[in-house]
Design a protein around this ligand. Structure first.
Ligand code: EPZ
Length: 425
């Protein structure tokens, strides 16, 4: 398994271009299943997860061609296979996003139940509640969810018990071809939900209210393929904003959407960063040190849970004490033990972390446990004294495109040690 080696160095400086959003790209691949014909997705980030969803859509019958570094041509004229294999689903729970489109297109979908992951059990009961409200029959057995409908799905009013991003995406992708009106209440409002609704509208769907808590969908009888460009990744952008802050740097983040970043920007300003932005760029200047600030994660537009681990690395070297409360996932503090190996002073109590900032973290050998925890360790390594060696960086590769190259361009001393190499020494 590859490692990443970082020598704590001075402030980052320069500009970095953000890639397309992983969490917008994954549902878009699934949505192409809804219409026979050829779609082009542009600005797709080259990640383990996007390669996995592309493989999954191919297994279901699509013809896929990667025409350049970030463009996929996807032809779903022949979708015959309704079953997503365990071998693929076990590597990425977002594979469950094919449930809605397969149900709508074929009347049948069989997906192995996504296992839990490091950050929590991550059930899909809300996805299934919505799909059965639309008329699907659901059978859970042998680790698979098998859903089918003998006739066209029927619109329904669905109130989500929990705000779930992929849950509302799955229901949307089924409802667009249902007979009649579907109203989804207590819906997730993330920008990736709006991006999916925009893509579905370009395919001929009739959707209103995306980005608010109530989404209304008037079913249509068929959709046509459309093409789209993936929106910028707000979590990658946020990660680089924190990289600038934690190193006392001066960094411009390009190809971003500042409107998606207001919760994080607000907290970084409270912590003493100077932040300025125009419609596609964000500038972070962190020359006056970092003050401790409290954070509670929440569904969009609140502070994103996907930035919690990265922000904790920053608070570990802030002036003062802070509390970070994680309200979305039940086990998203796996990075705490690793940060403590680097000298961080963090105490956990339930879903809260109490952090007492220290002057300087110290480099250490640490282990990545999940995607955003690995990003947090990279950020800590950038500002620590000495060398940090991060193992199991395949977690990082799920969600960050060429992260070490982008950081190196900003002045970081960072390199990847491919697994074979470490054995040779
Ligand atoms: C999406 O996951 C993102 N992934 C996650 O990003 C992100 O952390 C999460 O939304 C919250 O913003 C993708 O979009 C591919 P949820 P999702 O359904 O949709 C519970 C990353 O780092 N829940 O919004 O799976 C669930 O357990 C990843 O890029 C149910 O109980 O998350 C969690 O506690 C990590 N039943 C909460 O709701 C359900 O049926 C929010 O989960 C569904 C969810």
């Amino acid at each position: 398994m590859d490692k990443i080696i970082i020598e704590g160095n001075g402030p980052l400086a320069g500009s970095v271009k953000i890639s397309g959003a992983k969490n917008a790209a994954l549902p878009m691949f699934a949505a192409t299943l809804l219409a026979p014909g050829a779609t082009v997705l542009e600005n797709v980030p080259d990640l383990m997860d996007t390669r996995t969803i592309a493989k999954l859509v191919e297994v279901l019958g699509a013809r896929i061609e990667k025409t350049d570094d970030s463009t996929y041509a996807i032809d779903c004229v022949e979708i015959k296979n309704h079953e997503a294999p365990y071998s693929l689903v076990k590597t990425m729970r977002a594979s469950c996003l094919v449930l809605g489109p397969l149900l709508a297109r074929l009347g049948r979908a069989k997906v192995s139940l996504p296992g839990g992951c490091a950050i929590g059990e991550r059930p899909i009961d809300q996805h299934l509640k919505g799909l059965s409200a639309l008329g699907a029959t659901i059978d859970l057995s042998h680790g698979y969810v098998d859903i089918h409908t003998s006739s066209r799905l029927k619109g329904a009013r669905i109130t989500m018990d929990i705000i779930t991003v992929t849950g509302v995406m799955n229901i949307m992708m089924a409802a667009v071809l249902a007979d009649g009106e579907t109203v989804i209440e207590n819906a997730a409002r993330e920008p990736e939900v709006i991006a999916l609704a925009d893509f579905l509208r370009s395919m001929g769907a009739n959707i209103k209210g995306d980005g608010t808590a109530t989404i209304t969908i008037e079913g249509v009888t068929s959709l046509k393929p459309a093409s789209t460009t993936i929106i910028p990744d707000r979590i990658e952008a946020g990660t680089f904003m924190v990289a600038a802050a934690i190193t006392g740097g001066d960094v411009t983040i390009t190809n971003a959407n500042p409107k998606h970043m207001s919760a994080l920007s607000g907290k970084l300003k409270e912590a003493g960063c100077e932040i300025s932005a125009d419609d596609s760029k964000i500038h972070v200047l962190a020359k006056n040190g970092i003050e401790a600030v409290n954070v509670t994660t929440a569904p969009y537009p609140g502070f994103p849970t996907d930035m919690q681990a990265q922000f904790m690395a920053l608070m570990s070297m802030a002036r003062g004490a802070s509390v970070i409360e994680e309200t979305i996932f039940e086990n998203r503090f796996m990075h705490v033990a690793e940060l403590k190996r680097m000298g961080a002073d963090i105490k956990l109590s339930g879903n809260s972390a109490m952090i007492k900032g220290i002057k300087k973290l110290s480099g250490a050998e640490v282990m990545a446990t999940d995607l955003r925890a690995s990003a947090s360790l990279v950020l800590a390594g950038l500002s620590a004294e000495g060398r940090t060696v991060i193992s199991r960086v395949y977690h990082l590769d799920r969600g960050y495109e060429l992260m070490e190259k982008k950081l190196e361009k900003l002045g970081a001393i960072i390199r990847r040690e491919p697994s074979g190499e470490s054995k040779k020494q």
